[in-house]
Design a protein around this ligand. Structure first.
Ligand code: SF4
Length: 348
């Protein structure tokens, strides 16, 4: 399709999105924040988070000078928290190595924590008009359907083929409109479920549409049964407050505040005692299931009323907070859901 780029650009100008909050011109910082938020997250979910984030951290210097806890609290609910930690680390690197100015060179953008090849290309093309190919999840889907590419796009050989395709289709100019057009086509027309082929500018040439294989392409990841893990979370309650514990900086929910945990074959009251509490009553709460990309976590919460409790300090990684305040803190989504279900007087 020799005129793919020109047709996509023309379509984007007429039918694409032009009023997303980060489409304000050439502010690379705004584009960067939006691109990181949009990884694995839909536009309508991202918009309110993006607005709050930009209002609080309007530029690199504000983000670099913030406490990680405040960044995580604003991110809380968006998931994939490594993105927020990387954003914060990258802002500090920009301050140190680039004098607080968002880098212009593609290699420097790609070198930032949390920025891969496609994200760097999106920032370089949308903010700086530079000629680089993107290949995010939406674009992979569009290319697989349009050109009938077989195989799971996460597989190395398939991914390499898609990158070659992406490079070969790049226009010489209007790269910003082209990149935005690819994103818009994937997000609004060639959607994962029920693509709107009747409104697609490439319906005549599209392999999937001609062969009725839209639901088959892209080929899914070969099925793998997710391993299961289980944990007990302790809702230690004393005088109307809940104990939160900071998680280690790396790993699942790294750096977030969460509930103390113990093994499923441990006794929750004994686990509370080991934390320096004197439990007076303990009762199980309904189990929660949380699915990560690589395993399923069964959370068995126990509400433990505590008569006496240790003095703790934020700096030592433990806090007592009222449930409302705990829900506002940088806590993982299942913990927030669990806290929301607690009746005000539960176990106090
Ligand atoms: S014709 Fe349908 S399947 Fe093909 S690219 Fe357009 S929306 Fe996607």
């Amino acid at each position: 399709m020799h005129d793919f780029a020109q047709r996509l650009i023309a379509w984007q100008r007429r039918h694409g999105r032009h009023d997303l909050p980060w489409q304000t011109g050439t502010d690379a910082y705004a584009v960067w924040v939006s691109e990181i938020m949009l990884q694995q997250t839909r536009v309508d979910t991202v918009i309110p988070y993006y607005r709050r984030f930009l209002a609080r951290f309007p530029d690199v210097a504000a983000l670099a000078g913030a406490r990680l806890d405040d960044v995580l609290a604003l991110w809380s609910g968006l998931g994939y928290y490594a993105r927020a930690r990387n954003l914060h680390a990258a802002a500090r690197r920009i301050l140190d190595r680039h004098g607080g100015v968002f880098p212009r060179r593609f290699e420097d953008i790609r070198d930032l924590p949390g920025v891969g090849r496609s994200t760097a290309a999106a920032i370089a093309s949308l903010a700086h008009g530079e000629r680089h190919a993107i290949l995010d999840g939406n674009v992979r889907r569009v290319f697989c359907r349009l050109f009938g590419v077989r195989g799971w796009p996460g597989e190395r050989a398939v991914e390499a083929r898609l990158w070659r395709l992406a490079e070969s289709l790049l226009p010489e100019c209007d790269i910003g409109a082209y990149t935005q057009g690819l994103m818009d086509l994937g997000a609004t027309v060639c959607t994962r479920h029920c693509p709107r082929c009747d409104t697609c500018p490439f319906a005549t040439e599209c392999v999937a549409a001609r062969q009725g294989r839209q639901s088959e392409l892209p080929n899914p990841r070969p099925r793998k049964v997710l391993p299961e893990r289980a944990t007990v979370m302790l809702v230690l309650r004393h005088g109307g407050e809940i104990m939160l514990e900071r998680r280690p900086p790396a790993g699942i929910w790294g750096g977030l505040w969460s509930l103390p945990e113990c093994a499923v074959d441990d006794d929750p009251a004994s686990a509370a005692e080991r934390l320096g509490c004197q439990p007076s009553a303990a009762q199980p709460l309904p189990t929660l299931i949380h699915t990560f990309t690589h395993f399923r976590l069964e959370i068995r919460p126990w509400l433990v009323a505590v008569d006496r409790c240790p003095v703790v300090a934020e700096s030592a990684g433990r806090l007592w907070l009222a449930p409302d305040a705990a829900r506002q803190a940088a806590v993982p989504t299942p913990v927030r859901r669990l806290l929301a279900k607690l009746a005000p007087g539960d176990g106090a």
